[in-house]
Ligand binder design. Structure first.
Ligand code: 3UK
Length: 543
């Protein structure tokens, strides 16, 4: 596609991976025939107002705040004017956003889209050092930051000469973003961006290594709204969305902002969204659609009686594998069949999933309409059903790392290779096995760490666990389990034996953990993913 970019600052276009390293994109649904000019803010926000739905509730938050679509549009327009007229933004500039999930963060995100900028949303818990790395990699020129998170931002800004402009919101003061918004016009003509102008730099949450920036276009934002939600989630304008993933994580951006807005529904943004806040939020706002991670479903399942009295009807799990036992636990507690889906920052959102009617225990599902998937061997050949291999996917979205050598390992022969080991059955269902680096090879056997974890988790004494391969002279590697016990359980030799016997009775005995260590807490990323590598090399960088 050769379209005319609206970007005056050509940094993003200049750093796209070369064409031969890009994945093959496919657009074989009618809804994916995008025009050359496309601004996702026009589609997701302004359209509702233009169609006469400006007074529908768009965003709610604890403390009584309610914004309609018209309110959000006016805020975003004012911020876009501040960005352009006060802060000197030109299309293509990168704008760092830093806030917990709240309405102002949503307004800032849409303001960046409207102004033709590129949003670089960052995880609230990041420290100055990590923010500085993101500013450097993304050559970030502007930043909008929640005053509550100003400290680390300030330190990062001091050491980042490329960052030209920084404004804070949610505080009283003449130099606040809100004060500037008051002075700005409530009208803004969205920049006429090309469908293939970059609008998001999504940093990988990465369970290991140096962060990578993935690049996504305006058309990618619309593509994810047209693929998974209408076919798997099937939400309507009357739904109320709620959930835990940060908007800086594309799981949260889609689930808690883009998808509700695409169908004209409303979303509840919670700054704190642990299980207790989710439960309160579901009750207070009568939420009907929940997005969170497997661990959070396990904790919330204990509150099934209360949840059954709410209108909650659709529950989505992503970010890490959903154990069959968690699916069952949630169904028994709430009566709701979980919708599992695998997504990735590189793919922007979910590409294998199922709806409630087609859930199969232990399976992630089938390729989402618009995507295709296969299981391949090390040479890139498709393997037969029932064989473990690497997951490869193609669709309207795909991996484009900003100037990063690792593009060549994620994209092979036009396929996105996600780093996950999968098996497809003869019905075309995809079963997650492990991250390719979490396959343990012990005495010649392939053992998937999550399978052993799932077996352990079914024991009533186990609260959480993580399984890794540790070096062993005789067997190459042995299976080692790190176990967090439920309160009141003793981590002694008898418990080790009990758990080992329990695993042997649940899965093939050669998979049992030959070593078991009891710990208080598992290491997790800010997106809730287990960091197994930190259990094999605990000394380095342990927080
Ligand atoms: C793992 C899963 C099994 C898998 C994400 C939904 O997680 C997201 O993006 P990340 O870049 O991580 C991608 C990796 O996470 N994973 C995610 N979901 C599942 N494994 N079952 C699942 N349901 O290893 C994948 O390669 O942090 C999830 C939407 C948007 C996202 N960015």
């Amino acid at each position: 596609m050769t379209t005319t970019s609206a970007h005056i600052d050509t940094f993003a276009r200049d750093h796209l991976p070369p064409p031969e390293q890009q994945p093959q994109f496919i657009f074989d649904l009618p809804a994916l025939q995008f025009p050359e000019r496309l601004n996702c803010a026009t589609e997701l926000l302004d359209r509702h107002v233009a169609e006469g739905h400006g007074d529908r509730v768009c965003i709610r938050a604890p403390g009584g705040l309610t914004w309609t679509y018209a309110d959000l549009r006016e805020k975003a327009n004012r911020i876009a004017n501040v960005l352009v007229h006060d802060m000197g933004l030109v299309p293509g500039n990168r704008v760092l956003l830093r806030a917990p999930n709240n309405p102002m963060l949503a307004a800032c995100w849409f303001a960046v889209m409207k102004a033709g900028g590129i949003a670089v949303a960052t995880m609230p818990l990041l420290r100055a050092k990590e923010l500085k790395a993101i500013i450097e990699i993304g050559q970030v020129t502007h930043a909008l930051c929640d005053a509550a998170l100003a400290d680390e931002m300030h330190h990062a800004a001091m050491e980042s000469p490329q960052l030209r402009q920084l404004r804070h919101f949610d505080y009283e003061g003449p130099d606040s973003l809100e004060a500037a918004m008051e002075r700005a016009s409530p009208y803004f003509d969205n920049v006429d961006t090309a469908a293939d102008d970059t609008c998001i730099l999504g940093f990988t949450s990465g369970t290991t290594g140096v962060p990578k920036a993935t690049m996504h276009f305006h058309r990618d934002v619309m593509a994810i709204c047209h693929c998974w939600p209408p076919h798997m989630l099937k939400a309507t304008a009357d739904d109320v969305f709620i959930g835990s993933p940060p908007l800086a994580f594309t799981f949260g951006l889609g689930g808690l902002l883009l998808f509700p807005m695409h169908v004209g529904a409303s979303t509840v943004l919670l700054e704190k969204a642990g299980p207790p806040q989710l439960l309160d939020g579901i009750k207070e706002f009568h939420a009907t659609v929940l997005f969170t991670a497997p661990t959070s479903y396990r904790t919330l399942a204990a509150r099934g009686v209360e949840l059954r009295r709410t209108p909650l009807r659709k529950c989505v799990s992503a970010g890490e594998a959903l154990p069959a036992s968690t699916r069952q636990l949630w169904k028994e507690a709430t009566g709701i069949e979980l919708i599992d889906g695998i997504g990735a920052t590189e793919m922007l959102h979910i590409f294998i999933s199922h709806d409630e009617g087609n859930a199969r225990p232990g399976a992630t599902g089938k390729p989402v309409p618009g995507y295709r998937a296969r299981v391949i061997d090390d040479e890139g050949r498709e393997v037969p059903p029932g064989t473990v291999g690497k997951l490869a996917v193609q669709g309207p979205t795909g991996c484009r790392y900003l100037a990063d050598e690792r593009q060549k390992s994620y994209v092979k022969n036009g396929w996105n290779v996600t780093g996950d080991a999968y098996v497809m059955d003869t019905d075309g269902y995809f079963f997650y096995q492990a991250r390719t680096d979490d396959m343990i090879i012990s005495a010649g056997y392939n053992i998937a760490a999550p399978e052993v974890e799932e077996a352990l988790m079914q024991h009533p004494a186990v609260a959480e666990c993580a399984v890794v391969g540790v070096p062993d002279a005789e067997r190459g590697q042995i299976v080692k389990a790190f176990v967090v016990l439920r309160p009141g359980q003793a981590g002694d030799a008898a418990m080790v034996k009990t758990l080992q016997d329990f695993v042997k009775a649940t899965v093939a005995p050669y998979k049992y953990p030959r070593a078991v260590e009891f710990i208080d807490k598992l290491p997790r990323t800010q997106t809730g993913k287990l960091q197994r590598f930190r259990l094999t090399q605990p000394a380095e960088g342990a927080a």
